[in-house]
Design a protein around this ligand. Structure first.
Ligand code: PLP
Ligand code: TYF
Length: 396
């Protein structure tokens, strides 16, 4: 049975990591994978997480199976982060949240459930989008198309083309939207543009699937959930995949969630029973540790405040790095205007570097970026930024 198995290509981003790890040059810099590093170039372990883990270590508890939908306080906390604490949908029993294996897991159980109830629909993702979106929805059995999004000429959003495209979609089609901090471009619609997108989605009977993997990295926890809250007012089915991988720096714990908004409590009860079946046949129930840590932080006022503070420090550091990169590029003689980097939000910048320039950066300078020109600004720090800016100036 293995004779005809073809060698699959490496993940373009995670494959880059393998190449970076094998590189022996001492001054190499990894701007490839979307991971937040601190000023020392280390993956942080947040103080809020440390406090929670110490508390958990002191209470030795049995490790039985979790409910299929996960830890209830985790689900409640994750839902409140998206919709706000006392929101109408949660109170009415119209919002369902499932602990999931990262944001990826939330997308996958949502996709599997959608395939069951809306299988002939086409899924539309932004052009470009996170590498895994297309593969994940195709693997779930969907046809996947791209909607216009990024405009390379302006380094901004091609809103006109995006809206026109959405307007011609048939009812029932699924639209995957990055609720904040678009990966890979860093370009988000304005709130006024979001209102127009939401109106088209509602008018055409489209199904929005919001992906929010960087809540807190744009403008703040509440501000970044504004788009989710907007869609929650539409009174239509809404899917939301959220991730704590980056915001808690808990990548390997696989902490994420799927939230589904329904139009009535009765509908929600039926949906709940079916999504549980999807989860049961995939991995039965989620793991305990990461979920307990996140739940403890989300549900303790002091720990929550500490986490929010740490998150705001991460966000501010990335902003500082954006400003420094733009300033250093000028300093090293780049005449092209890079001010657009300041307007981009979240971890990433679509730098506009070509594939050839990215290859040169890697081969000649040991600086790793994604072939699309995406760089992870959250991997810059005051020790590597000069080398990075000099190298970019050289390849330009
Ligand atoms: N969606 C987007 C847009 C992402 O950038 C990521 C990043 O990893 C994910 C989903 C998946 O998150 P997780 O690592 O929690 O599975
Ligand atoms: O886009 C990124 O870099 C992150 C990390 O298959 C990631 O989202 C990349 C590829 C992948 C899973 C996670």
């Amino acid at each position: 049975i293995f004779a005809k198995v073809e060698l699959a290509p490496r993940d373009p981003i995670l494959g880059l990591n393998e190449q970076y790890n094998a590189d022996t040059r001492p001054n190499k810099v990894n701007l490839g994978v979307g991971v937040y590093y601190d000023e020392e170039g280390r993956l942080p372990v947040l103080k809020a997480v440390q406090v929670a883990e110490k508390a958990l270590a002191e209470q030795i508890t049995p490790r039985g199976y979790l409910p299929i939908e996960g830890i209830s306080t985790y689900d409640k906390g994750a839902q409140a982060l998206l919709l706000g604490k006392d929101n109408e949908l949660s109170k009415a029993g119209r919002a369902l949240t499932f602990q999931a294996l990262g944001g990826t897991g939330g997308l996958k159980i949502g996709a599997d459930f959608l395939k069951q109830v809306n299988g002939s629909a086409t899924v539309h993702i932004s052009n470009p989008s996170w590498e895994n979106h297309r593969a994940l929805f195709e693997r779930a059995g969907f046809k996947v198309e791209n909607y216009p999004y990024y405009d390379a000429a302006t380094h901004g959003l091609d809103f006109g083309a995006m809206k026109t495209y959405l307007e011609q979609l048939p009812a029932g089609d699924i639209v995957v939207l990055h609720a904040c901090c678009h990966n890979p471009t860093g370009v988000d619609p304005s709130f006024e543009q979001w209102e127009q997108i939401a109106a088209v989605i509602k008018a055409n009977g489209l199904i929005p699937f919001l992906d929010i993997a960087y809540q807190g990295f744009g403008a703040g926890l509440e501000e970044d959930a504004r788009v989710v809250k907007l869609f929650a007012t539409l009174n239509i089915p809404v899917f939301v995949s959220s991730s704590f991988s980056k915001s808690f720096s808990l990548y390997g714990e696989r902490v994420g969630a799927l939230t589904i908004l329904c139009t009535s409590k009765e509908e929600a009860d039926r949906v709940l029973s079916q999504v549980k079946r999807v989860i049961r046949t995939n991995y039965s129930n989620p793991p305990t540790h990461g979920g307990k840590v996140v739940s403890m932080v989300l549900n303790d006022e002091k720990l929550f405040a500490l986490w929010e503070q740490e998150l705001s420090e991460m966000r501010d550091r990335i902003r500082t790095m954006r400003a420094q990169l733009v300033a250093k590029l000028k300093e090293y003689g780049v005449t092209k205007n890079f001010d657009f980097v300041l307007a981009q939000r979240g971890m990433f910048s679509y730098s506009g570097l070509t594939k050839e320039q990215v290859e040169k950066l890697r081969n000649e300078h040991g600086i790793y970026a994604v072939n699309s020109g995406r760089i992870c600004v959250a991997a810059l720090n005051s020790k590597n930024i000069d080398a990075v800016a000099k190298a970019i100036a050289a390849v330009l």
